[in-house]
Design a protein around this ligand. Sequence first.
Ligand SMILES: Cc1cc2nc3c(=O)[nH]c(=O)nc-3n(C[C@H](O)[C@H](O)[C@H](O)COP(=O)(O)O)c2cc1C
Length: 167
Amino acid sequence: MKKTLIVFGTRKGTTKETVQIIAEILRTDYNHEVDICESGQIRTYKKRLSEFNNIIIGSSIVSGRWKSQILTFAKKDIFSGKNVAIFVTAGGTLNKVQKYGYTKSEAINEAIQNYIDKYLKKFKFDPISKTAFGGKVIKKGVLKYNSWDKSDIIAWTNDLGIKLSQI
Ligand SMILES: Cc1cc2nc3c(=O)[nH]c(=O)nc-3n(C[C@H](O)[C@H](O)[C@H](O)COP(=O)(O)O)c2cc1C
């Protein structure tokens, strides 16, 4: 059985919804045992890291920034021998598809460059997969935009599931 830990940080809840979909697919279709660790539980899970073959790290992006506890976790030298995948929830960047007519892959690539690639030198692992998903902005109860797309999450998780079964 593959044991997978998903460590994530959210501000508004979208990243949590994303994580629930990823976990469900990996459990049901790829037979992984999946634990989910929200940013506040990192201290506990850091001690248990040796139990997991695979780590998925996901962060909400607000004002260009990761959730700080998740970035701190990702920079640690604790991932040797593990398969690590990264995603960010970059609602504003993915909304450029609707707003400016970007293709989905242009928007995803821009988010990867801005929010993942710039940290790669600081990470002590080479991610086996990296991507960006959309998100939502609600201000004073009014939905400003919604670039969250469940089908992107399903597609990425299936790619990842297949990759991990081949390792
Ligand atoms: C104040 C604010 C700033 C944001 N800044 C960015 C940004 O710099 N880049 C981006 O791609 N999305 C940005 N977003 C969109 C968020 O990525 C989106 O709200 C996402 O759903 C946040 O993830 P979470 O719901 O898991 O916290 C911003 C949203 C808010 C409310």
